[in-house]
Design a protein around this ligand. Structure first.
Ligand code: SAM
Length: 334
C-alpha cells in the first residue's frame, strides 16, 4: 500500500497526479515533511492538517500514552484544550473497543456481526483492506482477512496512537469513566491473536475526507459509525467509492445521529430524503438508486436496527441503532 502526499496531489494540465511519500513520510515533490508518532517500533504518520500542528499533537499524544495510569493528574492544572480533547476521546472509545480485555472486564456491545458482514477474501479483487474511522482499533480483529494487508486510519491521533501502543506490545492500561468527571484506568490483557492483528495493521492518522492513498487501491473499505461523524458525509461516500478497486466492497454502518456541530445541516443526508419513505429505504435509494450518490456501486445486503452502545460513564450509555449496508463496486470502471 502506497501513502501519497495529501498536500500536493491534484490536477495538473488536466491530468490527475499524486506523489508517493518516502519512508520518512516526506514528499519528494512539495517537500512537506509529515510528522509521525513513534510508539516502540510502530510509527503512525500524521497525514492531514498543518504539519506543525501535527508535530504538537504527536508530542501531546506521546505524553498522554505515557500517563494512562493517571490521566486526571495529567489534565490537572492545565486548560490545554488539545490535551482535554485527546483524553476525552480516548476515555470514550478505548473502553468501547477494548473493555472485554480490561481486568476486571468492562461490558461492551458485541461486534460479532461485523465478522459476519465482512467480505470473504475469495470474493474480493486484489489489494488491501482499509478501515476508515478505526478509533483505537477494536473492530480490526473482526475484519482480519489473513491473506490481506490491513490498513486503518483515524483523524484522532490519541485513538490511533493507542492502537499503535497495543500493536507495539506495550503494557497499556485502559482508561474509562466510573464517574462523569473522573477518568480511571484498569490493566488491559489482550489475547495474542488480537495483538497479532494489531501488529500486522498499518496505522495512519489522516482525514477520511482527504485520504492519503491512491484511487482504486483497496479491495475493501470499511466505515463503521463514521458517516455522521464527518463534516461532509456525501464527500466521504464519494471517497470510499474512489478508493475501491473495481469489484471491491464497501461496508458501511451508521445510526445517522447527525449533530449540527459536526455535520453542518446542509450536509446532513436526512435533509434530502423523502419524508414518506422509511429512512433505511430512502437512504439506500439516495446512495445507490437512480441518480444516487454512488453510481458505480450496487447494494449486496442491508439490515436495520443493529445495536451499538457506547458507555459515557458507568451509569450512562448511548444506545444507537445502526443501518448497515454492504455495497459492491462494478467490476468494470465506467
Ligand atoms: C463514532 S466513532 C466510531 C469509531 C469506530 N469505528 C466504532 O465504530 O466504534 C467515529 C470515529 O471517526 C473518527 N473521525 C471523525 N472524523 C474523521 C475524519 N474526517 N477522518 C477520519 N476519522 C474521522 C473519530 O476520531 C472517531 O474515531
Amino acid at each position: 500500500m502506497r501513502l501519497v502526499c495529501p498536500a500536493c496531489r491534484g490536477f495538473r494540465e488536466g491530468v490527475f497526479s499524486s506523489t508517493e511519500l518516502d519512508a520518512d513520510f516526506a514528499c519528494p515533490r512539495c517537500d512537506t515533511h509529515w510528522p509521525a508518532l513513534a510508539v516502540g517500533h510502530v510509527r503512525v504518520p500524521v497525514l492531514w492538517g498543518d504539519p506543525e500542528l501535527g508535530h504538537r499533537t504527536a508530542h501531546a499524544t506521546r505524553d498522554l500514552l505515557a500517563n494512562l495510569q493517571d490521566i486526571d493528574g495529567w489534565l490537572a492544572g492545565t486548560n490545554d484544550l488539545q490535551r482535554t480533547e485527546l483524553a476525552t476521546a480516548l476515555a470514550t472509545y478505548a473502553p468501547a473497543h477494548w473493555g472485554p480485555y480490561a481486568v476486571p472486564a468492562l461490558p461492551v456491545t458485541d461486534l460479532a456481526w461485523v465478522r459476519e458482514w465482512a467480505p470473504a477474501s475469495a470474493d474480493l479483487p486484489e489489494g488491501p483492506v482499509l478501515v476508515l474511522g478505526c478509533g483505537p482499533g477494536g473492530e480490526l480483529p473482526y475484519l482480519d482477512l489473513p491473506d490481506r494487508e490491513l490498513v486503518a486510519l483515524d483523524a484522532n491521533l490519541a485513538l490511533v496512537g493507542y492502537a499503535a501502543a497495543l500493536a507495539a506490545g506495550k503494557a497499556v492500561r485502559l482508561p474509562w469513566r466510573r464517574l462523569p468527571s473522573r477518568i480511571e484506568s484498569r490493566p488491559l490483557d489482550l489475547p495474542p491473536h488480537v495483538r497479532h492483528v494489531l501488529a500486522r495493521t498499518r496505522l495512519v492518522c489522516g482525514d477520511a475526507l482527504d485520504p492519503p492513498f491512491a484511487p482504486e487501491s483497496f479491495a475493501a473499505v470499511v466505515a463503521l459509525n463514521l458517516l455522521d461523524s464527518v463534516q461532509d458525509p456525501a464527500l466521504l461516500l464519494g471517497q470510499c467509492e474512489a478508493l475501491l478497486a473495481p469489484g471491491g466492497v464497501l461496508l458501511l454502518a451508521s445510526p445517522y445521529h447527525w449533530q449540527d456541530a459536526v455535520t453542518p445541516p446542509q450536509h446532513q443526508l436526512d435533509r434530502v430524503l423523502p419524508a414518506d419513505v422509511p429512512q433505511q429505504q430512502a437512504m439506500e435509494q439516495l446512495v445507490v438508486g437512480p441518480g444516487g450518490l454512488l453510481p458505480e456501486m450496487r447494494l449486496e445486503r442491508s439490515a436495520d436496527g443493529i445495536v451499538w452502545e457506547v458507555a459515557v460513564h458507568a451509569r450512562f450509555s448511548a444506545r444507537y441503532l445502526l443501518h448497515v449496508m454492504r455495497l459492491r463496486k462494478s467490476a468494470a470502471t465506467i
